[in-house]
Design a protein around this ligand. Structure first.
Ligand SMILES: *[C@@H]1O[C@H](CO)[C@@H](O)[C@H](O)[C@H]1NC(C)=O
Ligand SMILES: *[C@@H]1O[C@H](CO)[C@@H](O)[C@H](O)[C@H]1NC(C)=O
Ligand SMILES: *[C@@H]1O[C@H](CO)[C@@H](O)[C@H](O)[C@H]1NC(C)=O
Ligand SMILES: *[C@@H]1O[C@H](CO)[C@@H](O)[C@H](O)[C@H]1NC(C)=O
Ligand SMILES: [Zn+2]
Length: 385
């Protein structure tokens, strides 16, 4: 019975594959074991961070008028109800950026990085929502950059800090250029993940089963910085959210790709508006003509990972491979990919206290994934202005 069903599914897949490869992929085809264990995910935009003339350090091409970059800074609450565990994935920016080590605070003093004078940090946002900061069992840093590490000294020493393999742990002032300081580690337990302890591999990304029940995986996603981590959260038994951290910074570095276009076709109105809104002086596809861009025949992401000398990507080549792996999830209907600085999501996903778990049945993804090419979206960087 089971065998004949499998055979039937195989035949259907083969028949469809004749027309379109991979249509039958599900999470199990990624090597992810089945499980009914889930976590609840809630998102925060802690603050909007502006980087003056920072765009070229992030993506290419940078069109006239788009040299400055303002991005949301996302933080995520991850709740594992069955063990009463609460984790945070990234903390955002601290409220008092002048208290970062000089290598970082200098950028704020010079106005190169800026945040509003006063905003609620992640601790305040949690407490305001009735979640005590002392109830956070662990903080996972995607990496040790200022907009992800927050202020660990606000957390009790019972909160564990989880960091990726090879994270640079040189502290200021022993190391004058250090971007971390003693208060970031404090007297808490710091757990440096070791991917060699696991044999799990999903679409080429090494994975660790955090709660050992299939609800939450840490993913090895190097490139932006040594030790960069992403998280794959099971939010229903068969749907997932991939929290990509800074594995890339703009949705145009992820999309569009052929498999993505197959499962998530460009909405008709955007297909039309992008004909004139996307500049053919800077972007091309085989179906394009001068001043008439064709989005559907674009077979690679609109934006590249910056590989300039001052790129924010420590290793642009490795970062590109990590993005390609993440893109296989993005193309699949079982996964929603959310990065730390996706400007296209701003005010389009429900933030805390709402949970993101029902994204699939709510059909958010179809709507979200193409918003970055809408000329009214703040992520639109595809024509000079
Ligand atoms: C960030 O900017 C967006 C768009 O301008 C705005 O809607 C949102 O409230 C801002 N968020 C924060 C935390 O300031
Ligand atoms: C970038 O920001 C700087 C500093 O705020 C400002 O002087 C400049 O006009 C901005 N450039 C653009 C293209 O918006
Ligand atoms: C760690 O604990 C020791 C002893 O309680 C204390 O002197 C020190 O200031 C603490 N360090 C940090 C970074 O909190
Ligand atoms: C942890 O914090 C508690 C309360 O602040 C303090 O009493 C204890 O000494 C600290 N433990 C370490 C190892 O620093
Ligand atoms: Zn960042």
């Amino acid at each position: 019975m089971v065998a004949s069903l499998l055979l039937k599914r195989l035949r259907t897949c083969l028949a469809i594959a004749f027309y379109a490869v991979d249509v039958c992929a599900t999470f199990q085809d990624f090597g992810i074991p089945p499980s009914n264990a889930i976590v609840e995910i809630r998102a925060f935009n802690v603050v909007n961070l502006t980087s003056v003339t920072g765009s070229h350090q992030v993506f290419a091409p940078v069109l006239p008028g788009h040299v400055n970059l303002t991005v949301p800074v996302h933080s995520f609450l991850i709740e594992h109800k069955s063990s009463h565990s609460r984790l945070l994935f990234d903390l955002g920016v601290r409220k008092d950026p002048w208290n970062y080590p000089p290598a970082i605070s200098a950028f704020f003093a010079a106005g190169i990085y800026s945040v509003p004078n006063d905003f609620k940090d992640i601790g305040q946002l949690l407490e305001q929502g009735g979640i005590s900061i002392s109830s956070i069992d662990a903080v996972i840093w995607s990496h040790s950059h200022l907009d992800h590490i927050g202020d660990m000294s606000k957390f009790p020493n019972t909160t564990t800090l989880v960091i990726g393999p090879g994270t640079n742990k040189q502290l200021y002032p022993e190391y004058p250029d250090g971007v971390l300081q003693a208060s970031d580690f404090g007297n808490r337990s710091v757990h440096e993940v070791n991917f060699h302890e696991s044999t799990l591999m999903f679409s080429g990304l090494e994975a660790i089963d955090y709660f050992e029940d299939g609800s939450l995986y840490l993913l090895n996603t190097p490139g932006h910085l040594p030790g960069h981590l992403a998280v794959l959260a099971r939010v229903t038994p068969s749907s997932f959210i991939l929290l990509g951290g800074d594995s890339f910074h703009h949705p145009g570095q992820l999309r569009p790709r052929p498999r993505f276009q197959l499962h998530f076709p460009c909405p008709a109105h955007l297909r039309e508006t992008t004909r004139s809104s996307i500049s053919t002086d800077y972007f091309w596809s085989w179906g394009s003509q001068k001043d008439n861009f064709d989005t559907v025949s674009r077979a690679e992401p609109l934006l590249a990972i910056s590989d300039l000398a001052d790129s924010v990507y420590a290793d642009p080549v490795t970062a590109k491979v990590s993005v390609e792996k993440v893109a296989t999830f993005d193309a699949d209907p079982d996964f929603l990919v959310i990065i730390a600085h996706d400007t296209s999501l701003m005010s389009h996903i429900p933030y805390f206290p709402a949970a993101l778990n029902n994204w699939k049945e709510s059909k958010w993804k179809e709507d979200l994934v193409w918003r970055f090419v809408d000329e009214n979206n703040p992520a639109f960087v595809f024509s000079p202005k």
